[in-house]
Design a protein around this ligand. Structure first.
Ligand code: MEV
Length: 430
């Protein structure tokens, strides 16, 4: 079919079965039978579950789940499942954790489990009065919010605090109400969004204004997870390594161009655990980056210092809106197993483990960057990927990867050449 004849207007696509959707997409894109069969194989996520999680499902996307070993967190040994497509991420956490294991590992804490929902109020001329009118209704607001979620209240959560802020914008002044809610073991988006929607008409009536958005904030700065750890000099290779890490941190803290990469590395670890446990990676990422810019300039999420004894002290604090109930956590079978491996019993515990993983990741990245460089560690795994991309299968993968690493250059053209040579020499009985 020519490109101009293809239409993306597929009536009732969302009502179709997965098989019907695959047929429609295959016709559109000219997929082969093998490609159709590939899509239809949803692996260990049952198709009916996938179909319930999102709309217009035609398949699933498998990402490897690896285990971070050596993790000792608050005196307890943990195995941490990580879902990531990036090589070296799991190994980096294992290495960092091994180097602090004998010194006790990670210590973590949490500021609480409070989420913020925002209600935007417009068209009020007396914004100062409006703000106070809202704050005066705290008891009524508490009642409305808690009535939205009696189960949450029964579990010890519910409305906690009220804030009303006046902000100046290009559309004029606005009064922004913050409902601050303890969401316990839930990430809490549904709970707080429901409360904000229930409350908005009242806020409009009390103030004579007009409400617009009613939605949670991903800058979950009432839900901060913290991790700290001390790496002994003897365990990390001496003062040069320590100083290299600290100088690397100072670079990130002073320069947003470096901070973006530095924090990306931290999120390599964090997002992998967030994903493995069926939580919302984008929510956590948005919160982390917004928090990194909270002082008006984007900076490092971690801090690195020298202790009295000359050891290396690392710490990390960031918003961590993750839950054990709701969302994909309870529906995705892999997430359920991941939580069993982790042996976690609360969202707080999960958040704290995730912070420790983020700190471990940053340690390894900075150590590698400040010493041998990142490519050496990456090279072996990367070489395997390139070997597979070149078409190597079975034992060929190792052989091609080894040759690439030995040559010091990991490139697709070289892998293809290596594979060609390998195959011709084995044909010749070499
Ligand atoms: C790569 O995914 C992550 C790093 O770039 C992080 C960093 O530079 O700190 C290695």
């Amino acid at each position: 079919m020519s490109d101009t004849k293809r239409s993306s207007r597929i009536a009732g696509f969302h009502r179709q079965t997965i098989a019907e959707r695959i047929a429609a997409v295959s016709e559109f894109a000219g997929l082969t039978d093998a490609e159709r069969a590939h899509l239809a194989d949803t692996g260990n996520l049952p198709p009916e579950t996938a179909d319930r999680l999102i709309e217009n499902v035609v398949g699933t996307m498998n990402i490897p789940v690896g285990i971070a070993t050596n993790m000792r967190i608050d005196g307890r040994d943990r195995l941490v499942p990580m879902a990531t497509e990036e090589s070296s991420v799991v190994a980096a956490v294992c290495n960092a954790a091994r180097q602090c294991y004998d010194n006790g590992g990670f210590t973590t804490s949490m500021s609480g489990a409070r989420m913020i929902a925002q209600v935007q109020l417009l068209d009020v001329s007396d914004v100062q009065h409006a703000r106070l009118r809202i704050l005066e209704r705290i008891d009524e607001i508490r009642t409305v919010c808690d009535e939205c979620d009696p189960l949450l209240v029964k579990l010890g959560g519910g409305f906690r605090e009220l804030e009303a802020r006046i902000i100046e914008t290009r559309s004029g002044p606005m009064v922004i109400t913050h409902l601050i809610v303890d969401t316990r073991d839930a990430m809490g988006a549904n709970a707080v969004n429901t409360m904000a929607e229930a409350l908005a008409p009242r806020i409009a009536a009390w103030t004579g204004g007009r409400t617009n958005l009613r939605i949670l904030s991903n800058l979950a700065d009432r839900r901060l997870a913290r991790a700290r750890c001390t790496w002994r000099l003897a365990d990390i290779g001496g003062s040069e390594v320590r100083d290299g890490i600290i100088t690397a941190y100072h670079f990130a803290d002073a320069d947003p161009y470096r901070a973006a990469t530095h924090n990306k590395g931290i999120m390599n670890g964090i997002s992998a655990v967030v994903l493995a446990t069926g939580n919302d990676t984008r929510a956590v990422e948005a919160g982390a980056h917004a928090y990194a810019a909270r002082n008006g300039r984007y900076a490092s999420l971690t801090h690195w210092e020298t202790t009295h004894d000359g050891d290396l002290a690392g710490s990390l604090e960031l918003p961590m809106a993750v839950g054990l109930v709701g969302g994909a956590t309870r529906l995705h079978p892999t997430a359920k197993v991941a939580l069993r491996i982790l042996g976690t019993d609360s969202a707080e515990d999960l958040a704290r483990v995730i912070a420790a993983v983020g700190l471990a990741q940053n340690f390894s990245a900075l150590k590698a960057l400040a010493t041998t460089g990142i490519q050496k560690g990456h090279m072996a795994l990367h070489a395997h990927n390139i070997a597979m991309m070149a078409g190597a299968v079975g034992d060929e993968i190792d052989a091609v990867a080894r040759a690439l690493v030995a040559g010091g250059k990991v490139r697709l053209d070289l892998a293809e050449a290596e594979l060609k040579q390998l195959r011709s020499s084995s044909r010749l009985g070499g």
